[in-house]
Design a protein around this ligand. Structure first.
Ligand SMILES: [Fe+2]
Ligand SMILES: [Fe+2]
Length: 324
């Protein structure tokens, strides 16, 4: 379904050129000549992305963004202004919590990309908000479609993580959050370009920086959709490493939430034994040896020992464990 973007500017010629720019995009284009008119439209329509000018007679852009934040909290807000200064940007970020800030004159390609990223993010937030199991799983599978080499990855990670959760005697509610967090751990990859996800060779620095944003991107949408803290932790911290050399925060040891340390072990095992664009999957025995060498380095020693004790890949518990 085409998402709706609403553009607000008091200059008619600006709206006209934006409308031309978006005429070939998949977005549905709506326009308003003032903040007041924009609010009226928002009362009647579901708007995924709001792009507004700042300097307008009557209600200015920042005031409009603050109102939209209350009226339609999921709408992603982008502020555009011709009078760029740090104060305006700070104000926008502090008061309106804008998604992006754009300086006029805009660059066409960059603006199209920012609005389409925002629409993507809106879709993810909306589907997470509905958060029944079928929705969560289908969202995880959407990520896998973008990155075909990871087909089944989320489900397998959930499978291994649940075995660990069981071994540690976690209560049922925690276990279901571990399952949902595992399904969603890579949901932030929706915000990463397919060319980067499917890159056959080693990634360059810029591509790796892009990949490194997926935990934060995913955790942002999950918390905006008000998923539980444990689920958000798993998404945010699944690439943290026990010795503090991971990302995004470089957390160390027990600073990393336990549920994320569990999912990290599950994630690494599955990444080692399955084929990826840049390498063949390894036999389980080799994967277990590599993981042992990471004991206390990238992986939590206790969680790792428990995982190795489960004899996964050696005729251990059966694979359909998740679907009980
Ligand atoms: Fe990941
Ligand atoms: Fe993963």
């Amino acid at each position: 379904m085409a998402e709706t973007a609403l553009f607000v500017d008091d200059e008619e010629y600006v709206l006209n050129s934006l409308e031309r720019l978006f005429s070939n995009s998949e977005m549905r284009f709506l326009r308003a000549g003032s903040g007041e008119e924009a609010l009226r439209i928002l009362g009647e329509e579901e708007v995924a992305v709001l792009v507004s000018d700042n300097c307008m007679p009557g209600m200015d852009g920042i005031a409009l963004h603050s109102r939209v934040k209350e009226l339609s909290p999921d709408t992603l807000r982008i502020l555009m202004t011709g009078h760029a200064n740090l104060n305006t940007a700070m104000d926008a970020i502090n008061r309106g919590e804008v998604f992006r800030f754009i300086v006029k004159p805009w660059e066409d390609e960059a603006l199209l990309q920012i609005v389409s990223d925002a629409a993507n993010r809106y879709q993810v937030i909306r589907s997470l908000r509905e958060a029944d199991e079928a929705t969560l799983l289908s969202l995880a599978q959407t990520v896998e479609l973008k990155d075909p080499y990871t087909r089944g990855h989320c489900d397998r990670v959930a499978n291994y993580a649940l075995m660990l959760a069981d071994a540690f005697g976690l209560p049922e509610t925690d276990k279901s959050e571990v399952k949902h967090g595992s399904w969603l751990h890579d949901c932030g990859k929706i915000g990463v370009a397919e060319s980067v996800l499917n890159c056959a060779g080693p990634l360059n620095k810029e591509q790796f920086e892009m990949i490194k944003q997926h935990p934060t991107w995913g955790a942002d949408v999950a918390s905006q959709a008000r998923l539980s803290e444990r689920i958000v932790n798993i998404i945010l911290c699944h690439h943290e490493r026990y010795d503090g050399s991971g990302y995004p925060a470089g957390l160390k040891g027990e600073e990393i939430p336990f549920e994320a340390r569990i999912v990290a072990v599950a994630d690494v095992y599955d990444a080692l034994v399955t084929d990826r664009p840049y390498k063949k999957g390894l036999p389980p025995e080799t994967a277990r040896e590599i993981m042992s060498s990471q004991r206390g380095a990238s992986l939590d020693p206790e969680v790792l020992d428990t995982f190795l004790g489960l004899s996964v890949g050696q005729g251990g518990p059966d694979k359909e464990y998740v679907h009980d």
